[in-house]
Unconditional design. Structure first.
Length: 339
């Protein structure tokens, strides 16, 4: 349910830790562009989240620019959306600390992404990785964001954001923070690994063949789809036939998301098609949709000063919204302010 007492406002972000993947594009960026112009939109490159695991300092700055270039190349317009990098608005970290004192350890212990990332190494990972969802709640609530477009893997974190807002409002007897709605809709909410349809496509997977990178050229995209794992059966005659066929379903969903259509329509277009027909068609579609974006990203990356200028201007606009909300939060909590 959407909280109607707050002005509709979108916030979302992407970590600059490794290159952008097709999962980031279809699950996030493409949908960010779709929401632009419908309500106020704020999109962040969440560099402070990236350092919860080790990042080479030079690479991090470059990756931050690359995610920004991905936003711009896909169609985010700095005159319509606020685009900035998280570390430049100190209020994220400040509200994050307040929320560390609201969130309960038991809640954090239930975060499946932390369990997956920490694995059997939980004693050795950074404290930041554990507290990460509380900083994510701060990112969202610092702008009183009502809508957060994310892929399926972030749903639990947005639900935690609602729990943090509810506990804050309850403990301080206020209705200051909204109940944010996660926006998770369309065919591409969980794009899977091309070599294993039971695992999510991610920037950090071991093999480059598992994922499509936003910077891959046409040959690489074609090769990766050609080598994508499938079962031996052809495509079914109806979409129900994709149940229990994770790899086939994934390729159909990728096609549907790239073509702005539904898996039903894709199956209707290719009923019973063999992989020798469908994979090249998918590769052609992906190249047609992604090549203009990757070319534009490369062009933008040739002028890093321009990207830095856009991010700096976005940070000023973000600060203008965030700082009054942080000040009010401090007042509610009783943190004495000298300014
Ligand atoms: P991150 O950087 O891992 O991913 C960025 C966005 O891309 C989506 N995504 C996918 N969607 C579909 N299929 C996939 N295989 C796939 N891989 C990634 C993610 O769901 C996400 O929407 N914690 C967040 C970043 C964040 C954030 C926020 C998001 C920090 N603060 C506030 C929203 C609001 C993350 O690590 O996303």
């Amino acid at each position: 349910m959407t909280d109607t007492t707050f002005t509709p406002r979108v916030f979302s972000g992407i970590k600059p830790s490794g290159g952008l993947t097709l999962g980031n594009y279809l699950g996030a960026i493409k949908r960010f562009v779709g929401m632009q112009g419908q309500m106020e939109t704020i999109y962040c490159v969440v560099d402070m989240h990236a350092i919860t695991v080790w990042q080479d300092p030079k690479e991090l700055a470059n990756m931050t620019r690359e995610v920004a270039a991905g936003y711009l190349a896909a169609g985010l317009d700095p005159s319509q959306s606020i685009l900035f990098n998280q570390s430049q608005v100190a209020a994220h970290a400040e509200l994050g600390w307040v929320f560390n004192c609201v969130a309960r350890v038991g809640w954090m212990n239930r975060m499946t992404q932390f369990k997956d990332k920490a694995g059997s190494n939980a004693e050795k990972v950074s404290l930041g990785l554990y507290a990460y969802p509380s900083l994510m709640a701060a990112d969202i609530l610092l702008y009183h964001a009502t809508h957060v477009p994310v892929g399926e893997d972030q749903k639990q974190h947005v639900e935690l954001t609602r729990d943090i807002a509810a506990k804050f409002n309850h403990d301080y007897k206020t209705d200051f923070f909204p109940m944010t709605t996660p926006v998770i809709e369309g065919p591409a909410m969980r794009i899977m690994n091309l070599r294993d349809g039971t695992k999510k496509m991610s920037k950090s997977g071991e093999s480059d063949m598992e994922r499509i990178n936003m910077t891959d050229d046409a040959d690489k995209i074609a090769k990766k789809f050609k080598k994508a794992k499938t079962d031996p059966e052809p495509l079914p005659e109806t979409v129900e036939g994709l149940a229990d066929r994770p790899e086939a379903r994934n390729l159909v969903e990728i096609y549907a998301a790239l073509d702005d259509t539904t898996p039903e329509a894709v199956i209707a277009q290719y009923p019973g098609a063999g992989w020798g027909t469908f994979k090249p068609a998918l590769a052609d579609l992906a190249v047609a949709k992604l090549a203009p974006i990757s070319e534009e990203m490369a062009r933008l990356m040739d002028d890093p000063a321009e990207i830095d200028r856009i991010l700096a201007a976005g940070s000023d606009k973000a600060r203008a919204i965030a700082e009054p909300i942080l000040k009010k939060t401090y007042d509610i909590v009783g943190l004495l302010r000298s300014s």
